[in-house]
Design a protein around this ligand. Sequence first.
Ligand code: PLP
Length: 408
Amino acid sequence: MPGEIYFDNNATTRVAPDVFEAMRPYFTEHYGNPSSIHRFGSQVGQKIAEARAQVAALIGAADPVEVIFTSCGTEGDNAAIRGVLEARPDKRHIVTTQVEHPAVLGLCQHLEKKGYRVTWLGVDPNGMLDLDELRGSLSDDTALVSIMAANNETGVIFPIDKIGAIVKARGIPFHVDAVQTAGRVPLDMRALPVDLLTISAHKFHGPKGVGALYVRRGIPFPPFIIGGHQERNRRAGTENVTGIVGMGKAAEIALAQLADDSERIGRLRDRFEESLLRSCPECRVNGQRQNRLPNTSNVSFRYLEGESILVLLDQNGICASTGSACTAGSSEPSHVLRAMGVPAEWLQGTVRFSLGRFNTEKEVDDVNQTLPSIVQRLQGLSALGKLASQEQPRGSRGREAKSIGARG
Ligand code: PLP
């Protein structure tokens, strides 16, 4: 769609042009099987080794063999959790949080039905974990702790270093879902007390359908797809060569641009939020201001429906989402916002705006022009919205709001 403004970069990102160019020859000229003995294939194997080193560099892994390519973040999360549990069959307790992505949440719910005991750590109204609650939840029976690095809906960043120190002091394996973090915030696996880490290429301008699972050397980890010898026998199956090459290139670019990208995107995000909060008195930003991904704004509009806002945004060529793309289509309010205790009148009217490398200041200003009038129009149509606007102190709403409200 020409002219669209894409503010949904937590759902997925545009493949960077250099990433696409790096992938192209592996569709056309270099189509050999990386496991083949002949040079035509084995050259492709060398390219995979290069991509592995690029991904290892992005996350600060000490050794590229710690990186296993997967088909996506969901696979990485599932493989990590199932792999650790299989390696420690005597332990039956898992610790995770109430705000995980469905890739972890859904699997842990499934495991709970299968007889595992799961501790679901809560969060405070800022979206933050209580580290004492975490400490108190660990026991000799704990097989694994799985906690995300940053939340996909709110962008709230968890203190993975502190969490890891608590978990590792008890000798328990620690898995981190860093799907929204890699390429946006520095990650250094040499320094972080983390054993397994999941990332996904399509969140940092790589292709869809390829991800990576980091497994620290020495962590007992059985193969999770059984078959051929690929990925050092840990994940069998002919490699997604083009995807892996693209992921490697995307990782290289993300690492080189990380500081600049996060600074620039953070400034755009702050500009967006400041203007929005000025022009829409009945809106609030969910999640703490500090320690939040620089690109994510989770905004609630009181008494409104997030989906109605999205439809009108879409009519204006603006892409955003109500929450995780993986929960789109469900009418349930977000489990993340519920865990944060967001009051009912704000829950349904939530929209996630997530910016990325290719967004511009002009786009931010265009959205800031369009969004307040959409909100005012919907408030004019909604009985509760009208109530909300009348609750405003005199003079706090402009003339435009009154005239649009009268039209509804
Ligand atoms: N974990 C988090 C935090 C995510 O945001 C996502 C995707 O949105 C996933 C896991 C799943 O990744 P993928 O889409 O590559 O399966």
